[in-house]
Every structure is written in structure tokens, then in C-alpha cells.
Design a protein around this ligand. Structure first.
Ligand SMILES: CC(C)(COP(=O)(O)OP(=O)(O)OC[C@H]1O[C@@H](n2cnc3c(N)ncnc32)[C@H](O)[C@@H]1OP(=O)(O)O)[C@@H](O)C(=O)NCCC(=O)NCCS
Length: 305
């Protein structure tokens, strides 16, 4: 069965895992501290505020054991029409390889009613997602580290103006983003905008590139970043790097070579890990494949895409 299509069989609400019986619960009904403990158990850096952001824009399930401990999670994030990303798929280490994640994902696919799904799968999840019908598309390079220096960014293209974005710029940000991301993600961009410092590169009244930076995990994350070309992507990321010399910064990108990737890596953000962007069908792919179309240079996060 292809990912994203409705399944005939109903996925049960309970699962026997090892010596435990796990039951499904709505992720909105458990304490943030339990979710944070779960993500910490697999070495993820999410703070309770990061979980709150996920809950503000997404839905999900948790697997709860008999004494109320949260032993697994999965979430999905509706974006535009008939499109969602999914992520935050976690099984507590002591219960892994017993089918919990597969159970959670199958139940999620039943519930989320989205035809077009995209996720960023870790090595541990990739095979399971392929079995469920997801197709691998691109590698994501998770770049992070302490900013050591600010590499030469080159001059901003002649006639263009780089400036901090304000709420009144949001509509043009959304319009530039849609063809790059592959679907309209208005609600997500509004929420990101509220917690981010944003820059835009304008050619007159035309927005050519934008970038956001917000608090996340161990430090700050730069993303999303959307631009028509590497040169402009570097221009809008440059002020974030300047602001973080000596501190921890992260950026997740599909680029591991070229001008943009060199700028990121020379600044001190080296490749820490990779994940694989997978889709339920080609219609869930990123845009930006046609010449002249804007491109996503940095993800908002691995869960949001
Ligand atoms: C990825 C992750 C969620 C998988 O959770 P899990 O509950 O162990 O997953 P499942 O048991 O459903 O399936 C995982 C594998 O175990 C196998 N498995 C399932 N039941 C099993 C059993 N009873 N005995 C042995 N192996 C079993 C599955 O076949 C699957 O194998 P695969 O490598 O062929 O895909 C878990 O490893 C984890 O939390 N990792 C850290 C966070 C992470 O990477 N999340 C993924 C984000 S996309």
C-alpha cells in the first residue's frame, strides 16, 4: 500500500511491546516534560518551547505504557491543501525494534487524511518508511557548530537591498515560498515569523530571497531560507552568521557543494548528520526544479520540511 492512501484495516489502539501494553493517546494530552524526556532519550535537543511550537502547528499520537510513561511519538503537520510533513517519530530506546514506530506511523497515515506527505527520515527510520511506500528523494545535510568566522559573502547583487523583514512583508514571503516548498504553508510561516528574526533581499518591490532564524535546541537555527540563486541565499544568511560568531548555529540544507554549502561549512557549521527526504508520491516533492523557480536552501526544521 502506498504511503498516504487510506488503509482498509483499522490499526489497533493497543500494542503489546516486550512486557508492556502500549496504548495510543493524543499527543496534545500529555505533559511537555514527558515529550521532552522522550526526545532527550534519543539524543534530540528539543526544549519544551520547541515541543510547544510543534504542538501549536501539528497533530500526533503518543504511545503510553500502563503507568503513564510516554514511550513513543509521531506527529504530522498539515501545510497547504492535501499536504503534510511528518516527523517527531520516536520510540524510547528500551522498546525499539518491536514494531512501535511502524504501529504509530500506520495509525497516523489512517488519521491524517493527506494524499501528499513528505518527511525527513533518519537512518533508523528509512527502511521502515520505504516499506510503507515512501520514496527517497534527496539527502539533507544537518550542518551545525560554533560560528568561528564569517566567510566572505561577496557583494549583494547590484541594485538589491537587504533588510530586516516585518510583519507587513509576510505576504510576499509566503508568495516566494510556495513554489519552492511545493505547497502554500501560510500558517507555518506566520508561526515561524513570530519567533524569528527575518531578512529579505528586495529588488524594488520584488522579494528575491528570505531567511529566518529562531531559538532552537542547543542554540539557534537558520531556516527556512528561500532564494532563486546561491548568491542571494548567501546574502540573506550572512547577517545571521554575523550575529552568532562564537555561538552555536544550525542549518539543514539539501546542498553539500557549491557556493552556499561552502559559505555554511566555512563559517563553522559542519555536517553533523544526514537524513533523507522521502515523499508519498512525486506530487509531494519540493518545487524549485524548474529553471527560474525559487529554491529551498534551508529547511525550517526536519519535521516541518
Ligand atoms: C526510528 C525509530 C523511531 C524506530 O522505532 P522502532 O519502534 O524501533 O521501529 P519498529 O520496531 O517499528 O521498526 C524498526 C525496525 O525494527 C524491526 N522490527 C520490528 N519488530 C521487530 C521485532 N519484534 N524484532 C526485531 N525487529 C523488529 C522492523 O522490521 C524495522 O526494521 P527495518 O530496519 O527493516 O525497518 C527509533 O529507532 C528511534 O526512535 N530512533 C531515534 C529517533 C529517530 O531516528 N526517529 C526517526 C525520525 S524520521
Amino acid at each position: 500500500m502506498a504511503a498516504g492512501s487510506r488503509m482498509d484495516t483499522k490499526v489497533p489502539d493497543r500494542l503489546n511491546v516486550d512486557a508492556f501494553e502500549l496504548r495510543l493517546a493524543d499527543i496534545a494530552d500529555v505533559a511537555l516534560s514527558q515529550l521532552q524526556a522522550l526526545s532527550m532519550s534519543v539524543g534530540w535537543p528539543h526544549r519544551s518551547q520547541d515541543w510547544q511550537h510543534l504542538l501549536d502547528v501539528g497533530h500526533g499520537f503518543v504511545a503510553v505504557d500502563e503507568i503513564g510513561r510516554v514511550s513513543g511519538s509521531t506527529m504530522w503537520f498539515p501545510h497547504g491543501e492535501n499536504f503534510a510533513t511528518f516527523g517527531m517519530l520516536i520510540t524510547a530506546p528500551r522498546l525499539q525494534t518491536n514494531g512501535t514506530a511502524e504501529w504509530l506511523v500506520k495509525r497516523m497515515l489512517e488519521e491524517c487524511h493527506q494524499e501528499r506527505l513528505r518527511l525527513n527520515a533518519t537512518r533508523a527510520a528509512r527502511r521502515m518508511c520505504a516499506t510503507l511506500g515512501f520514496l527517497p528523494q534527496q539527502t539533507v545535510f544537518q550542518c551545525q557548530g560554533e560560528i568561528l568566522c564569517v566567510p566572505q559573502a561577496g557583494d549583494i547583487r547590484s541594485g538589491l537591498e537587504l533588510r530586516r523583514l516585518e510583519r507587513s512583508d509576510l505576504d510576499v514571503v509566503v508568495a516566494l515560498d510556495e513554489p519552492a516548498f511545493g505547497t502554500l504553508r501560510y500558517q507555518h510561516l506566520v508561526r515561524l515569523f513570530e519567533s524569528s528574526i527575518c531578512y529579505g533581499l528586495y529588488d524594488g518591490s520584488n522579494l528575491m530571497a528570505y531567511s529566518m532564524r529562531r531559538r532552537f535546541g542547543r542554540g539557534h537555527v537558520v531556516g527556512p531560507v528561500v532564494a532563486y540563486c546561491e548568491e542571494d541565499a548567501v546574502s540573506v544568511v550572512h547577517p545571521h552568521v554575523v550575529a552568532h560568531v562564537g555561538s552555536f548555529l544550525r542549518l539543514d540544507t539539501h546542498f553539500d557543494a557549491g557556493r552556499f554549502a561552502s559559505f555554511i561549512q566555512q563559517s563553522g557549521m559542519s555536517v553533523f548528520d544526514t537524513v533523507t527526504t522521502m515523499v508519498s508520491s512525486k506530487t509531494a516533492s519540493y518545487g524549485g526544479l524548474n529553471a527560474g523557480s525559487p529554491i529551498v536552501f534551508a529547511l525550517a526544521s526536519q519535521s516541518f520540511g
